[in-house]
Design a binder for this molecule. Structure first.
Ligand code: SF4
Length: 199
């Protein structure tokens, strides 16, 4: 990967992480992420651009050879499973998840960094609100989620006395990559596909 692009991508990550950290702090009443919970790394396709994948590879290179071998074995197993998969969306556990922890945490993808928050995706002039799937499993935002209406419940929010309202932030991959990364920072993200398709 071009050194200049890596430097730009690192700057991009620093900027988005300062926003993401602030949003997690703002929403901390609703966030139930904790050490050892890796639900978000066990169920996904993990959209990943070329530059994100190149950065992940840098993380992989820092790992102990035994851990690298574990990851390679998981990748081969997943590839074999995918080859026999007949459905539409192949959902899998990320091969970089080792002992319920991300082995490449500092190098993880953008989607891994925003997961857990509610955000809106503004694509082609249309806003879509997306909440983490763990909300329906009794985790993030579940305290204020009304399963019947499938929305946040103002009465639950008021009853529980939370200080901040549950809020959706502008953190969709499209906005972060297209609007900020490409248009403003001039970063070449390359192709975009599911993580397993890069491996
Ligand atoms: S790269 Fe790390 S944080 Fe992202 S899905 Fe894989 S294990 Fe989870």
């Amino acid at each position: 990967m071009d050194e200049k692009q890596v430097e730009l991508y690192c700057q991009f990550l620093r900027v988005i992480m300062s926003r993401i950290d602030a949003h997690f702090e703002d929403q901390k009443d609703y966030i139930h992420c904790k050490e050892g919970c890796s639900l978000c790394c066990q169920n996904g396709e993990y959209p990943c651009s070329e530059i994100e994948f190149e950065f992940l590879k840098l993380g992989f290179m820092t790992l102990d050879p035994q851990v690298q071998q574990l990851i390679v074995n998981k990748i081969l197993q997943l590839k074999a499973q995918k080859a026999n998969f007949k459905g539409e969306k192949f959902i899998y556990e990320c091969p970089f998840l080792i002992d319920n922890r991300c082995s490449v945490y500092k190098y993880r993808m953008i989607i891994c960094r925003t997961f857990g928050l509610t955000y809106y995706e503004n694509e082609k002039g249309k806003n879509t609100i997306k909440s983490p799937f763990c909300m329906e499993k009794g985790l993030n935002y579940s305290d204020v989620y009304d399963k019947e209406s499938k929305t946040f419940s103002p009465s639950l929010y008021e009853k529980k006395g939370f200080k901040k309202e549950p809020t959706a932030f502008n953190l969709g991959r499209y906005s972060l990559i297209e609007k900020f990364g490409k248009d403003i920072m001039n970063i070449d993200f390359g192709d975009d596909k599911a993580l397993l398709d890069w491996l």
